[in-house]
Design a protein around this ligand. Structure first.
Ligand code: NAD
Length: 340
């Protein structure tokens, strides 16, 4: 049984509970600067857990195998590098860091000390997106020529560190990194160039633009679109559409089915007089918008099996680099090359 710690108990609370339920790990230490929040989480975990208000003390808890860093984004680099230096394996929440340069430092550190560094790009294990990936990989929709993904989430009731003017945490990197990661994950292609427009009409007291639309040029002449809005007046969605030469997938992480339109199905391209691509095949998927159980399970398995995590830090770093190019383009008005 692995002994794990968790730093930051907002979404980190879910990581801690998932670790306890996994049967693969025990949470032996937790950390939060908010002691009352930490005490509540400790009680939920059964009480037998050490509590620290300084993450440096948690990192030195005796016998720890690994740690989940679920603190605000701007702490990720320092906390992750220090944990790695102390020989711990790390699961770090997305975005891996706010800037690609910091990500590179974290990856170099993990390589240097020979420890696992996994990033919480959790959409890859959300059932709808995982099924979409399987369908793409089995060739059912043919060659992808266009993909679009969106992160639309009204932040009107969200306050705190995300809106800190000093931090300038851009929504494209903050939440939009999920959509950016999905377009890479589902196409299996690298975006090479980004062109974007953004505006700031919805969240006046936030420091960054709240709506961004980016077009992406991928390798192999694939094109894509990412839309990020943290001020839109609608329910949260990460609707993603994958267009292939033989079919189309419409999926998200909040609908209990994935829609598949195919040119040909079981050998016939016509059914009841209708073209198959006019028929929506709804494939049920279980609802788990943040499938943290699967993420935690993979983190434990890669430690025990001494293999690289399926969602390694490089994936998180590339997502951040693409986000930076999108933000740069919205500022310069020019297409921006994506540098990894
Ligand atoms: N995978 C996802 O979909 C997803 C969803 C939400 C948040 N996140 C990411 O998770 C991280 C945390 O976000 P959140 O929503 O939980 O934020 P939050 O503000 O709800 O919680 C953060 C917690 O960290 C604590 N904290 C702050 N500074 C700390 C420090 N120096 N040491 C220890 N604890 C500290 C705060 O007291 C708070 O309890 C961010 O990186 C965020 O981007 C990811």
């Amino acid at each position: 049984m692995l002994k794990l710690g968790v730093i930051g108990l907002g979404i980190g609370r879910s990581h801690a509970l998932a670790m306890m339920r996994s049967g693969k790990a025990k949470v032996v230490a937790i950390c939060d600067i908010d002691a009352s929040r930490m005490e509540k989480v400790a009680a939920e975990l059964g009480g037998d857990v050490a509590m620290y208000t300084d993450y440096r003390d948690l990192l030195r808890h005796e016998g720890l195998d690994g740690v989940c860093v679920a603190s605000p984004d701007h702490y990720h680099r320092d906390m992750v590098c220090e944990a790695l230096d102390l020989g711990l394996h790390v699961l770090c929440e997305k975005p891996l860091a706010l800037h690609a340069e910091e990500c590179r430092e974290m990856i170099a550190k993990a390589e240097q000390v020979g420890r696992k560094l996994m990033v919480g790009q959790v959409c890859r294990v959300a059932p709808g997106f995982a099924l979409a990936k399987k369908i793409v990989d089995e060739g059912l929709i043919g060659d992808i020529f266009f993909i679009e993904s969106e992160y639309a989430h009204d932040y009107i009731d969200i306050r705190g560190w995300r809106m800190d003017p000093e931090l300038k945490r851009h929504p494209v990197t903050g939440g939009g990194c999920h959509a950016v990661d999905l377009v890479r994950f589902l196409t299996g292609k690298e975006p090479l160039e980004a062109f974007s427009y953004s505006n700031h009409k919805m969240l006046a007291d936030w420091p960054c633009d709240d709506t961004t639309i980016a077009v992406l040029k991928f390798e192999d002449d694939v094109i894509g679109k990412v839309y990020v809005s943290t001020g839109c007046k609608r329910n949260y969605t990460m609707r993603t559409v994958v267009y292939g030469s033989k079919g189309t997938i419409i999926c998200d992480n909040t609908t209990p089915h994935l829609s598949l339109f195919v040119d040909e199905f079981e050998g016939a391209n016509r059914f009841m007089g209708k073209k198959m691509q006019n028929i929506e095949h709804q494939i049920p998927v279980s609802l788990s918008s943040h499938n943290i159980e699967a993420e935690v399970s993979e983190f434990c398995d890669c430690i025990v099996q001494n293999r690289e995590p399926s969602i390694g830090a490089v994936e998180g770093a590339i997502a951040v680099a693409v986000c930076e190019a999108i933000i740069r383009s919205s500022e310069t008005g020019n297409p921006e090359k994506i540098a990894y």
